[in-house]
Design a protein around this ligand. Structure first.
Ligand SMILES: C[S@@+](CC[C@H](N)C(=O)[O-])C[C@H]1O[C@@H](n2cnc3c(N)ncnc32)[C@H](O)[C@@H]1O
Length: 232
């Protein structure tokens, strides 16, 4: 659109009305750069699946994370109560682990599985710092074998883990094996994760693994899906 030179409007006023033009240009450059980084990160992750590095534990498990993805979403979705045995898939630095462990105290336990010792070390430090003892860290690849007995868990959950596992259906079959009949599995995802999957993708994986879809909460930006394990 042609704008006369004496017009009080600059072209960028159509994007951010009332903002100084220098700031507008900086905002446009920042947004373009952010979009470019997102597209690159998603493209790399689409073709090359690998666990989020343990060095990123501080970023993943920082306090700001729980503001945008509150642990109460998991507690409510799984209707947790004291005494329950909970499996956490891909616990990372323990961002959600201790909140879930507190929800099942005094005699419940969280079995926190991760493929990286570096992540489990961060979880152990957090347990010490926050004096939470009812967590058992387990080093295992969920896609291969989780060393726990069949039907021993009341419920299970994973937060931003499934899409970074090369074969998420295999990992979900492990989760199903460990759950009691009727036990629920909650999967939580966040849109700013470069691996973010659509809800229908997670439902497809879980259905293939033999779960029944039960409910969803949240929105496209952050959601929790609940599935139930039933014997065939
Ligand atoms: C993006 S981090 C999320 C950590 C934590 N759930 C959170 O939301 O803060 C994903 C975690 O899953 C773990 N992970 C990836 N593949 C795994 C596998 N095959 N078995 C077990 N853990 C795995 C990674 O090591 C990493 O700690």
């Amino acid at each position: 659109m042609f704008i006369p030179s004496d017009s009080p409007l600059s072209p960028a006023d159509f994007l951010f009305p009332g903002v100084h033009w220098v700031l507008e240009i900086l905002l446009v450059v920042f947004l373009a750069l952010f979009l470019w980084i997102c597209i690159c990160a998603r493209s790399v992750r689409y073709f090359w699946k690998f666990p989020a590095p343990a060095a990123a534990g501080r970023l993943i498990g920082g306090p700001q994370r729980k503001r945008i993805q509150p642990p109460s979403m998991i507690v409510d979705a799984l209707v947790l109560s004291p005494g329950m045995k909970i499996l956490e898939l891909g616990c990372g630095p323990g961002t959600f682990t201790l909140d879930i462990a507190r929800a099942v105290q005094p005699d419940g336990t969280v079995y926190a599985v991760d493929i990286q010792e570096g992540m489990l070390e961060q979880l152990r430090s957090r347990m010490k710092r926050e004096q939470v003892e009812n967590v058992i860290p387990i080093l295992a690849d969920a896609e291969v074998e989780i060393p726990l007995s069949d039907g021993s868990m009341d419920a299970a959950f994973a937060v931003t883990v499934l899409p970074e596992i090369p074969d998420p259906v295999k990992a979900l079959q492990q989760v199903k094996r460990l759950l009691k009949d009727g036990g629920c599995f909650a999967d939580a995802e966040l849109m700013i994760d470069p691996d973010y999957p659509l809800r229908r993708t997670v439902i497809k994986w879980a259905t293939k693994a033999g779960f029944t879809f039960r409910s969803k909460s949240g929105n496209a930006f952050r959601y929790v899906l609940v599935f139930q394990s039933e014997s065939q």
